[in-house]
Write a protein that binds this ligand. Structure first.
Ligand code: BJW
Ligand code: ZN
Length: 246
């Protein structure tokens, strides 16, 4: 039988949460699952597009071979996303930015739901599905929910590509460095809704741990990071995170 009871937050974690000044939150696809965004791995939800696993279609190689197919996959996902709203986990994390003196939200998600919930200055490790980038001059273009996306750069006329980080691509300049710097200085680190399989993001909790931070994972399933954590809150982010506000 599945245990649906809310996990208990230890006295130690509550104490640290009330005293902390430097806090880092790392999120993954699971934080958006309760908004209706499919996760990548696990369960029956593993992303497949026209018979291709997501790590094939969302790869640097596929972009080289077939940019229109990559756009079709991202157009499909933007279409799904445009009606979706942040959930209780996104809103709770947004409240934390005003609670701690130094707060850094690092996300692997490209859906923009943290920002929609009010989070500012989010470190987006894997880009954003609501932006396109010129393949030549690198100019960013915002993609609106209402108008169609342009195919070519408004500055130089060359083709655009999704401004997301595909497998085998480098992260945006400075993004990982900023995240790693915050991880190396935080006292409390939450790891929420990530399978912790994709690097370099999955290495951030280890950086925080090495710096002496208390690590708390929030996930209904164990991950390769669970053993490294000081505390594992087993449950859905939308049910667990609001417990901190009470
Ligand atoms: C809930 C929940 C609820 C469910 N509440 N939780 C070191 C070792 C080995 C390999 C590498 C390495 N360093 C780099 C690599 C290669 C590669 C990599 O990591 N591969 C591994 C998979 C083996 N990394 C890269 O290529 C990265 N680039 C790079 O490192 O550049 C340098 C370099 C270049 C060239 C060669 C070598 C190095 C780039 C990674 C880009 C990842 N991009 C994607 C796709 C983005 C575009 C798109 O959306 O299509 O990003 S992959 C996909 O995975 C997506 C996600 O951001 C990312 C992480 O997934 P996430 O968020 O963890 O989601 P899931 O689905 O895996 O897990 C969901 C979790 O939620 C589960 O645990 C559930 O239980 C939980 N959950 N409901 C809370 N309600
Ligand atoms: Zn251009």
């Amino acid at each position: 039988m599945i245990n649906t009871a809310a996990p208990t937050i230890s006295v130690e974690l509550r104490r640290r949460f009330s005293c902390a000044t430097r806090v880092l939150v790392l999120t993954g696809a699971g934080v958006s699952a309760e908004s209706g965004v499919p996760t990548f791995r696990g369960g029956g939800n593993s992303a497949v597009w026209k018979g291709m696993p997501f790590d094939v279609i969302s790869s640097a190689g596929m972009l080289q071979r077939d940019l229109p197919a990559v756009w079709e996959w991202f157009d499909y996902r933007r279409d799904l996303l445009k009606a979706l709203e942040p959930n209780a986990a996104h809103y709770e994390i947004a409240r934390w930015q005003n609670r701690f003196a130094e707060f850094t939200l690092v996300t692997q998600n490209i859906d923009g739901l943290h920002q929609k919930a009010g989070s500012r200055d989010v470190v987006e490790l894997h880009g954003n599905i609501w932006r396109a980038r010129c393949t030549s001059c690198l100019l960013n273009h915002t993609i609106s929910t209402t108008k169609g996306r342009p195919d070519n750069c408004e500055q130089c006329g060359e083709p655009l590509r999704p401004d997301v980080v595909l497998f085998g691509e480098m992260l945006p300049p400075g993004a990982f460095e900023r995240a790693a710097e915050s991880a190396s200085q935080c006292e409390l680190c939450f790891v929420v809704g990530t399978s912790a399989l994709v690097y370099p993001a999955a290495g951030l909790p280890e950086v925080a741990r090495m710096a002496g931070a208390y690590i708390c994972e929030v996930n209904p399933e164990p991950t390769p990071l669970s053993d490294l954590c000081d505390e594992v809150l087993t449950g859905k982010a939308g049910a667990v995170l609001p417990l901190f506000g009470n």
